[in-house]
Write a protein that binds this ligand. Structure first.
Ligand code: FE2
Ligand code: FE2
Length: 274
């Protein structure tokens, strides 16, 4: 499959591309084009034009979880592409907040937009094969603790703010002849938990790549924890680890040290064959 990063926090792809805190990636798998996450707004559409890609040809949209930096561009996408359904996990429309003391900042989706465009969304509550070889995993086994960086991320229920257990997150497994690839938005459920879940689901299949944000924020993730995750990804046989967005700069450096040539850092306009 071919992977192109339409939006990521860092520039670097080509002149004219606009980076943004968020993530949006395009996957061309056999004859199916998949848009996975859409950044904060319509910027990713402009970038796709700069890269010579036509998002009107997207067959399937996927939203990894209900945060604005992945789903803020939904309205722009639905306006631009009039036919692709968008899959998302039940609960992605809840009221999500970040604690940025002394305030709580709303970081969820535009709920009005979800209602207005209801016919475009497919809400799933269990693992779902959306096309041959494309599996959305919603039932994530969690033997490992969730990332420390989740601690300021909350759900509002009536008048109280509760820690977000991230039941609104899903990830994608792309199965090809030579193995599987794991695609995540923010990895709030824990990247190792996602790898373990995929491995259970596809026993004996090589893991070609793990792609996306791992939520290993430098402030909340001790270096030794990142190092241990790097070692585990390596011993689990992950062929390539391609990460950015909410994987901190120090975390990327440590993963690079552990994984060597298997590692790559995401940027806006990054593109590779997997
Ligand atoms: Fe997130
Ligand atoms: Fe994010």
């Amino acid at each position: 499959m071919h992977l192109t990063i339409l939006i990521e926090n860092t520039p670097g792809g080509a002149p004219g591309l606009v980076p943004q805190h968020g993530l949006s990636l395009l996957l061309e798998v056999r004859d199916t084009t998949v848009l996975f996450d859409m950044g904060q707004d319509g910027t990713f559409i402009g970038n796709s034009g700069q890269l010579g890609l036509d998002l009107k040809k997207v067959d399937i949209g996927i939203l990894s979880h209900g945060h604005y930096d992945h789903g803020g561009g939904l309205a722009a996408f639905l306006e631009y592409n009039k036919h692709a359904p968008v899959y998302l996990k039940v609960g992605a429309d809840e009221a999500f907040y970040a604690r940025v003391l002394p305030r709580y900042r709303y970081i969820g989706l535009e709920r009005e937009m979800l209602i207005t465009n209801a016919e475009r969304f497919i809400w799933i509550g269990t693992d779902t094969e959306i096309s041959p070889g494309l599996m959305l995993i919603t039932d994530i086994r969690k033997p490992e603790p969730l990332p420390g960086g989740n601690r300021t991320l909350l759900i509002r229920r009536q008048e109280t703010f509760e820690p977000d257990p991230f039941l609104h997150e899903l990830f994608l497994v792309v199965e090809e002849r030579d193995g599987i690839s794991i695609i995540t938005g923010c990895g709030h459920s824990g990247i190792l938990n996602m790898v373990y879940t995929a491995r259970d689901r596809y026993p004996g299949r090589p893991i070609k790549a793990v792609v996306g944000g791992f939520h290993l924020t430098d402030r909340d993730t001790p270096p030794e924890e990142v190092r241990s995750i790097g070692k585990t990804l390596k011993s689990a046989g992950c062929g390539r680890v391609i990460t950015g967005h909410c994987t901190g700069t120090r975390a990327k450096d440590i993963l690079h040290e552990e994984l060597g040539g298997r590692f790559a850092a995401l940027y806006t306009g990054y593109s590779t064959e997997i």
